[in-house]
Write a protein that binds this ligand. Structure first.
Ligand SMILES: [Fe+2]
Length: 381
């Protein structure tokens, strides 16, 4: 890192793993995109109300135990499964692959790594056929599929669109203790880093990685893990996000808003973070940028830059750093959570040892009192 007024742009991700997972000899499956998340919820009716009646996701199918939801531009069966269960958690981060043959590659790739691998010709959920589920080397439940029922793409059904219409699944975000180790593994799986957050000592706090040509399909956030930080849906425009905030206010549900709305530094996207009835975090996201060229530059942000997570310098609430959802193993049991050993982003930006700046040449105390945000909060805790 060098001290500049903005993030550093390089040709490759400057992330080195000290304790890498060995690269398999078997090639990885060719992943198209993040496709859906299976969420275990403790009150199916309350979750259905939140995702359908408040956020406007479309019910493709439902029964007593599960609701299958999709966004308005989607043509595959679902982008989100709400499944009733006793412990709120994530059962699967699911990715679509380019062809049915890619499932054989997924089996070989994860088997060589010694992971538990389960393949079901009939699929794990309604609407999806032959699928592979694994517990990956980082402890996350990953799924791969190609065969899926097509459903009506509702892009032109403006009679069904609400002012806050959710049009696509955009990305996942995972919490993991060792970000460089996770990034190296995801690069072996065929992902490419688009942006990251580091400090001058080389500690990596988070990294964003893509398959489809957007800023990310998933991100690795440093923290106690494996846990799920959030799942993100896209809107067309910034005003759609404002409309969601207005609706939550009108319904006296504003306590579902955890952070934002605002503009991210990382990704340049406009954002809003919500918490669902179980506390699962959902991001509403719009207008990041194209990343599809093979030499797409990597953007590295200084962890002390208070515009990295919010371009306007608004503080990040502590719950956003510390709280996340459990993830399940293939038997449905919560995965044990391991503590992060590297310094935490919250500790180095707020609290007695933390600082943030708007201009890197300023002293930390130069930040005006009304804008100290993360820094000032540290003195209050
Ligand atoms: Fe996100």
């Amino acid at each position: 890192m060098t001290d500049t007024a903005g993030p550093v742009v390089t040709s490759d991700a400057p992330i080195i793993a000290a304790d890498p997972i060995p690269t398999p000899l078997a090639p990885p499956p060719d992943i198209l995109r993040c496709a859906y998340m299976e969420l275990v919820v403790t009150d199916l009716a309350a979750s259905r109300n939140f995702y359908v009646d408040v956020l406007g996701l479309v019910v493709t199918e439902e029964d007593e135990d599960a609701v299958y939801l999709r966004s308005l531009e989607e043509f595959i069966h679902h982008n989100l499964v709400l499944r009733k269960g006793s412990v709120a958690a994530v059962a699967a981060f699911s990715y679509r692959v380019r062809s049915p043959e890619e499932l054989d590659r997924a089996v070989a790739f994860y088997t060589e790594l010694g992971c538990r691998v389960e393949r079901r010709a009939e699929g794990f959920t309604r609407g999806i056929g032959d699928s592979v589920r694994v517990t990956d080397p980082l402890g996350f439940p990953y799924e791969f599929f190609y065969d899926v029922d097509h459903v009506e793409r509702l892009a032109w059904r403006y009679d069904l669109h609400t002012p806050g219409a959710l049009v696509r699944l955009d990305h996942f975000n995972q919490v993991t203790p060792d970000v460089p180790r996770a990034v190296k593994f995801m690069e072996d799986l065929g992902f490419r880093v688009t942006e990251d957050i580091q400090d001058a000592e080389g500690t990596t706090y988070a990294a964003w990685m893509r398959r489809k040509p957007t800023v990310h399909d998933t991100a690795m956030t440093g923290g106690d893990g494996p846990r799920m930080h959030h799942v993100a849906f896209a809107t067309h425009e910034k005003h759609n996000i404002i409309a969601i905030c207005d609706k939550l206010g009108a319904l006296r549900l504003s306590d579902h808003i955890e952070r934002g709305p605002g503009r991210h530094g990382v990704s340049n996207a406009f954002y809003l973070y919500l918490r669902d009835p179980d506390g699962h975090r959902v991001e509403i996201y719009t207008q990041d940028y194209y990343t599809g060229d093979p030499d797409n530059p990597v953007v590295t942000w200084d962890v002390h830059d208070n515009q990295r997570r919010d371009w306007w310098g608004n503080p990040v609430v502590p719950s956003w750093y510390t709280e996340a959802s459990l993830v399940l193993d293939l038997d449905g049991n919560p995965q044990p959570v391991a503590a992060r050993t590297d310094t935490s982003e919250m500790a180095v930006t707020i609290g007695a040892d933390g600082f943030s700046y708007t201009r890197p040449e300023d002293d930390a105390d130069d930040l005006p009192s009304w804008k100290q945000g993360e820094y000032k909060l540290g003195h209050q805790l």
